[in-house]
Design a protein around this ligand. Sequence first.
Ligand code: NAI
Length: 286
Amino acid sequence: MKVVVIGSGEMGHGIAEVMAIYKNEVTLVDIKDEILDKAISKIRESLDRLKKRGSIEEEPEDILKRITKSINLEEAVKDADLVIEAVPEIVDLKQNIFKRLDQFTKPDAILATNTSNIRISEISKFVNKKDRVVGMHFFNPPVLMQLVEIIKGPDTSPEVVQKLYEITKQIGKTPVIVNKDTPGFIVNRINAAESLFICLVLQKGINYEEVDAYFRSLGLPMGPYELMDYVGLDIVAHSLEYFAKEISPEYGKCTKIKEMVNNGLLGRKSGRGFYDWTKGRPQINA
Ligand code: NAI
């Protein structure tokens, strides 16, 4: 199958990696060659780790041969069977990408979005082939996390949902079909409430390192602030903004994370958020 992943960041590079491991021909699209080169290096590092652990049989270099890079979206998608969009969580940006996908893809291509929260019906608002648009929500990191939410928009064809369900099983994941196209779907609808709470207590002056140390002591791999850094504070801020508009103005009361984003503190991807990530996973000394 020919798969095109649009956006080669935190999620896109991992999704491309999973697709290539399972023998699909993958094109990774982004806006600059340097960004794509960085994404390919991250995929190589990850494949090397998987090989060392014995999680893949094939040589990393052979898997990488199935991944090509492109900065020309129109050209890349024209013979795609499945397109997975993983650009930042900004409604206009996603709508614009889907307008272009509508125009340049084959009539039977599946047009999937990895959005964390935005309704499928909103993303497909300006698309004629609305029946081909569907949510395919991976979790971070895609190579390790099992769950994939498959979200049916009001116009998504049942055939598309079924086909994507089968593809998701073929790539070794556990698909869950979400029939209600509501903000955050299932998992993030619940997570958003937690993000809001931990942001509000932060604004009241809680020591986030102590909170993270406590959660780690319970055996969780990360505390909530560390996890927000890992996901990307820009993603969290966009999500809260979307929930404020769509669910309740309460979500708009969290201003601290937006402030951090405006100061360039995006978490792991920028090297600094609540923690310093420039030397790998943060030490938490609380
Ligand atoms: P990111 O910021 O790490 O990566 C986005 C990539 O898209 C960047 O490389 C950027 O250059 C590229 N991009 C921007 N405009 C583009 C365009 N016009 N054409 C092609 N590429 C373009 O973002 P991340 O974290 O990978 O998130 C992507 C999507 O996945 C968002 O919708 C997010 O909500 C969702 N998501 C994120 C998760 C996370 O833990 N970070 C988890 C699950 C879903």
